[in-house]
Design a protein around this ligand. Sequence first.
Ligand SMILES: *[C@@H]1O[C@H](CO)[C@@H](O)[C@H](O)[C@H]1NC(C)=O
Ligand SMILES: *[C@@H]1O[C@H](CO)[C@@H](O)[C@H](O)[C@H]1NC(C)=O
Ligand SMILES: *[C@@H]1O[C@H](CO)[C@@H](O)[C@H](O)[C@H]1NC(C)=O
Ligand SMILES: *[C@@H]1O[C@H](CO)[C@@H](O)[C@H](O)[C@H]1NC(C)=O
Ligand SMILES: *[C@@H]1O[C@H](CO)[C@@H](O)[C@H](O)[C@H]1NC(C)=O
Ligand SMILES: *[C@@H]1O[C@H](CO)[C@@H](O)[C@H](O)[C@H]1NC(C)=O
Length: 416
Amino acid sequence: MQPASLMPLHILLLLPLITQAQVIQNILVAGSKPPAGFKFQLGTWFNDPETTQSWNAKFGRKFPTFQAAQSIPYGVNGSLVILDPDMSYQSRYLDNVAGWQDGTDASVFMTIYADRMVSNGSQGLDLVSADAITHLATRLNQITQTTGRKVMMRWLPEMNGDWMLYGKQAAAYVEKWKLMYNIFNVTAPNVQIVWSPNFDLQPGDTSYWPGPEYVHMVGTSSYFKGWGTNSNASVNYVASAISTVYNEYARKYNKPFVISECSGAWESGPGRSPVTGETFTNVTSLDTQPEFQQAFWAGILNPAFFAAFPLTQAAYIFEIAKQEEFFTDFRLTNDSATFAAFQALVNSVDSQGYLVWANDGSSTSSTTTTTSTTTASTFATTAISAAITPSASPTKSGARTSFAASVFSIFSFLFF
Ligand SMILES: *[C@@H]1O[C@H](CO)[C@@H](O)[C@H](O)[C@H]1NC(C)=O
Ligand SMILES: *[C@@H]1O[C@H](CO)[C@@H](O)[C@H](O)[C@H]1NC(C)=O
Ligand SMILES: *[C@@H]1O[C@H](CO)[C@@H](O)[C@H](O)[C@H]1NC(C)=O
Ligand SMILES: *[C@@H]1O[C@H](CO)[C@@H](O)[C@H](O)[C@H]1NC(C)=O
Ligand SMILES: *[C@@H]1O[C@H](CO)[C@@H](O)[C@H](O)[C@H]1NC(C)=O
Ligand SMILES: *[C@@H]1O[C@H](CO)[C@@H](O)[C@H](O)[C@H]1NC(C)=O
């Protein structure tokens, strides 16, 4: 068994636990429709032992995009930096894209965390050397070459939060970003680079932005938490949460946009609210789990959302359950009634023609590309052209001018 420090990082531990109570703006206009030709991709990020193949089988759909994660450098062992995975044990993990057996052309959304620390205390951004970046770029380029899959790379996300080793270091972050970009530009020119702060980036704070010439796509994370009470999110919850990042970066620079990770946080059991400090012997539920998840996701899988945010091309389900302040289940497929409610929502937008699914393809063969207008690879183009003439603009009226509470929850970092 390999040392824990060599294990691929586990997404279980990487959820942003920061949240800010926000003013919910009335952004979505009921009945509005996105520009003609708008298409949306539903992606997912699950934990072992789920596979892309088992996920698709469970859903009865060919998901068009999957999220995986790696660290940079890939691993550490004491004082040693390990630049590439050892395929003899890495093959079972989601981040080994060559091993995906879904038989489709689904794209790869690869999240990269600078979350390593070596025994001399060097950590985070300090370990992101040109050499480590070149190894990563070479690996990701190889995926595009050998599988034909489109690869997006979400580089060091949620950098505006303090739960990442590289968080809250804007100048160093931007400098490292440019180094990364220049290496990828030569070594992995087909990889789409995604800039993805947490949703609560302050309006006007451009300190983490490397500049439009260094970014291909913009994304953000969005979760809904009740802190001891499960009740429906407003249909405008996600729209409000993403609006700063969307408007100030994606819209301003006309970049494709993704909701990089999201779901409703269904809580249970005892816990403590980081907002009020109140302890609960049990969570109170004003709505059922299927209603709760349906309400959250209706804020995204909704023509009015597509109309308001036409640069959006995908949202990634965070299909994980974990102990946080409460036991928190973000999953949509574990509970059968919740899964049924979610599928009903998916079927509804799909029947209106908004969703795009993967095509058959070989996960191990060559560089075959397809000319279908609904493939992952042409999708960004659709989103861009759709965005040039948006039919509805996100309204800034009632803009977030105050925060009822600013909440920083405790994240205990675990190092493998
Ligand atoms: C990690 O380093 C130790 C020596 O410090 C070595 O014995 C061990 O084999 C290394 N593990 C791997 C997987 O390389
Ligand atoms: C700590 O170790 C890393 C990785 O081996 C190395 O790059 C760095 O220079 C070391 N730092 C110091 C202060 O020795
Ligand atoms: C690589 O950099 C050049 C020069 O800045 C730019 O024109 C080109 O679009 C870049 N390629 C990619 C894939 O970003
Ligand atoms: C907590 O609430 C849930 C849902 O109402 C219930 O099933 C469970 O039995 C409760 N647990 C305790 C310890 O009261
Ligand atoms: C919660 O959301 C669900 C799904 O949208 C809905 O059916 C239910 O009526 C909502 N509950 C309340 C109290 O509004
Ligand atoms: C639901 O998740 C629990 C663990 O949280 C697991 O034990 C159970 O098997 C799962 N059920 C299904 C149907 O996947």
